[in-house]
Design a protein around this ligand. Sequence first.
Ligand SMILES: C[S@@+](CC[C@H](N)C(=O)[O-])C[C@H]1O[C@@H](n2cnc3c(N)ncnc32)[C@H](O)[C@@H]1O
Length: 271
Amino acid sequence: MANEHSDKYSGLIDIIIDHIDYHLKSKSLAKQVITPYGKTGSSKKQEVAEMFDNIAANYDFLNHFLSLGIDKIWRRKAIKMLNAKDPKMILDVATGTGDFALQALEMNPDKIVGVDISKEMLEVGKQKIKKKGLENKIELMLGDSENLQFENDTFDVVTVAYGVRNFENVEKGLSEILRVLKPGGKLAVLEFSKPTKFPVKQVFNLYFKYVLPFFGRLVSKDNRAYSYLPESVQVFPDGVNFTNILEKTGFKNTQWKLLSFGISSIYIGQK
Ligand SMILES: C[S@@+](CC[C@H](N)C(=O)[O-])C[C@H]1O[C@@H](n2cnc3c(N)ncnc32)[C@H](O)[C@@H]1O
């Protein structure tokens, strides 16, 4: 009888300890800065640039393959939601291989500029733009979101797809974007978010944590890039937390829309 009682209690205590452990772990993960390689002596920015340099050659293939092509639909939706009226100058921050910059052609601007910290990603993008004969319309160049090389009030629209999660300092990047936007200009941010509803949450977690890193490693030969991806999504302040950051930075008329059951989100803000 006494044994039965103590078994019951120890089971209960185990459950309580597991619970506390789980909460402590998720709290410390939330505070943690996730870097691709976790090297000592290098900043998140240096490691992010190095990682994208490493995977640049396979990035487009993996992006479209692992998202089953949905990423293209998400970019198109973001541009639609921007609802920008005849923008002349567009800036695509964290442009990578230029997919969002190319999509922004739909808005029929005079000029699109794309900036990124990864030289190799930009190289792939420049080749794509050259092949399409769009060099006069789209210009890609090295540039850091946290220290943009443009004058105040330059752009009618700024876009960022799957970039903000990688910024070393999100607030600094957003305030630089606000600075280079013209008054009334609009920002569209596309970023992964964390689905919360059964069974999308469970299926997404399995896919994101196991399937995606496996294929990512296999194709890109970078052991960390596609594990860093779900880890960085996990700690990213998505949803209302991100619109709060936008507002704190000074953006007005913020909007947030979930895509594909919450796998991705579009955020809009206005200067
Ligand atoms: C996942 S890729 C997205 C590329 C592209 N926007 C797309 O939709 O395919 C993220 C990009 O953000 C860039 N990046 C990260 N931090 C940056 C920063 N501080 N300034 C500019 N680009 C940055 C990376 O180099 C990388 O090319």
